[in-house]
Design a protein around this ligand. Sequence first.
Ligand SMILES: Nc1ncnc2c1ncn2[C@@H]1O[C@H](COP(=O)(O)OP(=O)(O)O)[C@@H](O)[C@H]1O
Ligand SMILES: [Mg+2]
Length: 270
Amino acid sequence: MDSAGHDLRARYAAYRWTPATSGASGAEVHRLTDTGGAGPDLYVKVAAATYGLSGEADRLAWLAGRGIPVPRIVERGTDGDVAWLVTEAVPGRPAAERLPEDRRPAVAEALADITAALHELPLADCPFDRSLAVTEARAVRNVHEGLVALDDLDEERAGWTGERLLEALHRTRPASEDLVVTHGDLTPENVLIDPETCRVTGVIDVVRLGRADRHADLAIALRELVSEDDPWFGPECAERFVERYLQRVAGKVTVDEDRLAFYRLLDEFF
Ligand SMILES: Nc1ncnc2c1ncn2[C@@H]1O[C@H](COP(=O)(O)OP(=O)(O)O)[C@@H](O)[C@H]1O
Ligand SMILES: [Mg+2]
């Protein structure tokens, strides 16, 4: 950590700091435990100013005002190079954690419910644009700046170059977008649940929240639910998720395989 990090360490010296992630996402996350035991645990997220932590704080505030459970902001700031965001810990555990087998369907349904709740938020109120006009241009930039993790592509695209990814992206771009408020990185890691009731206790990591096609969220959630690497969910949970989601959202909504494939491809760039 640099000087901003040292200042944070000093400011929160009464807490025990434990790294929460490897930092692979571009942000360093630490859990802070109040050694005095009086206050709630906190999370500190620190990243280069270009990561968008200030935008993440804006999105948390926007969601909190609309009844979506999110962590409370303790402080946010930047010194120009580095930005930080300190939040209160949301109770519960990431939905990605392995729970007893009989709770799988309930967790899949809880994920569907929070996805639908986000997608039903009033679109016109949402000031954050993640439509293709924005994300496709950013995908191009990320390739040119070498920011795409080409060694971590989905299996079906292993070994692809940035140019090949871009060619596929432009070629398969849907002609229209079914815009809703999307989370933008809707993995079970980023949804916290109460392991007893399987209710959602909070949504986190909202740096990419914005107006986008609903398939942007569905593609990522379903990729994780059917993943061989996370065998505790699986295809049945994925089906349960889609059924429940379609029950919860109003209007004529369809889940389109081509769009799911496109938004999975788009996610490779971020
Ligand atoms: N406010 C919070 N409450 C509970 N857990 C949190 C909170 N913030 C972060 N975490 C934990 O830290 C992990 C990483 O934080 P996240 O914001 O998702 O950053 P990353 O970009 O590394 O995924 C999360 O998956 C979650 O386990
Ligand atoms: Mg995360």
